[in-house]
Design a protein around this ligand. Structure first.
Ligand code: ATP
Ligand code: MG
Length: 262
């Protein structure tokens, strides 16, 4: 199963990525969790020790030069568009509790996306992870879907857009859903997070009635407290774990339907 997670800043994309990773891993799946947000914090949310010591792939200039043929920052050079990447998930990741974590890092974008050595390597790596790996892959993205392409969307079982009860996150969700359609990605679902009342649920349902609702996660002060105390979030909030398990069940049952891709 390949899951991509997007949504407006601060809605809970990383929280959902981390809880889903733990639940898949606890259920016996091998999980590759990918931090594809330049402002990486999936490692600490997952509870990895010393998250600051994980070097993002985009900062590994020697590796990028070796694989793409050009050092990052070299202007106007030609580089390999299909670099070798199949060994990177094993070599450039950290592993804990059945979850292998990779951090993609920042690419300096110019104008229309990045035509640069680090961009070429990351693109090839994400294609490899989505198209060629057997593991469950969970991609924690930023508020867009730049990491996906026409070639990789067909491998994505679900693009989950996280929203919170508020107009801004709904507007972002609509934009992301349109971008997804344009890329040919139809398997889109919404998760409502930081829910405080039935009215919040209704607001999200009625604002996004054309997108499948995968589930809701209540606001839980225990998450905030664990965050401040630097404690692992997964064990801090049983109610969130339960809500995400329902979302997990729904993802799995959808993937088993004969009408969906296998
Ligand atoms: N259900 C919840 N209850 C309480 N706090 C929450 C909940 N979900 C997320 N938070 C808190 O909200 C903040 C943002 O969550 P998170 O980092 O997962 O969002 P994000 O969408 O990944 O943000 P960014 O766009 O910055 O990457 C965090 O401090 C997190 O602990
Ligand atoms: Mg995040």
């Amino acid at each position: 199963m390949k899951i991509a997670i997007s949504g407006k800043g601060g809605v809970g994309k990383t929280l959902l990525s981390a809880f889903l990773s733990h639940i898949f891993a606890d259920s016996g799946y091998s999980v590759i969790a990918i931090d594809a947000d330049p402002d990486a914090n999936l490692a600490s949310t997952l509870g990895f020790p010393e998250p600051g010591k994980i070097t993002p792939i985009s900062e590994l200039s020697d590796l990028i030069e070796e694989r793409v043929g050009v050092r990052p920052g070299t202007p106007g050079a030609f580089f390999k568009l299909n670099p070798k990447v199949d060994d990177l998930p094993e070599s450039y990741s950290v592993k804990m509790d059945g979850i292998r974590l990779m951090s993609m890092g920042r690419i300096k974008r110019g104008g229309t996306g990045c035509y640069c050595p680090e961009g070429a390597l990351l693109q090839a790596l994400i294609s490899h992870l989505l198209l060629q790996r057997d593991e469950v892959v969970i991609l924690d993205m930023e508020a867009g879907i730049e990491h996906l392409s026409r070639g990789t969307t067909k491998a994505v079982d679900k693009l989950i857009i996280v929203v919170e009860p508020g107009r801004r996150s709904i507007e972002t969700a609509q934009t992301i859903s349109k971008l997804a359609k344009d890329l040919g990605l139809e398997n889109v679902g919404v998760v409502g997070n930081k829910i405080r009342s039935e009215a919040d649920n209704e607001f999200i349902k009625s604002s996004l009635h054309s997108i499948e609702i995968l589930g809701f996660i209540s606001y839980d002060p225990a998450i905030n407290e664990a965050d401040l105390a630097n404690k692992p979030l997964f064990t801090a909030s049983p109610q969130t774990a339960k809500a995400v398990r329902n979302i997990y069940d729904r993802l799995l049952s959808a993937s088993r339907q004969p009408s969906m891709k296998s």
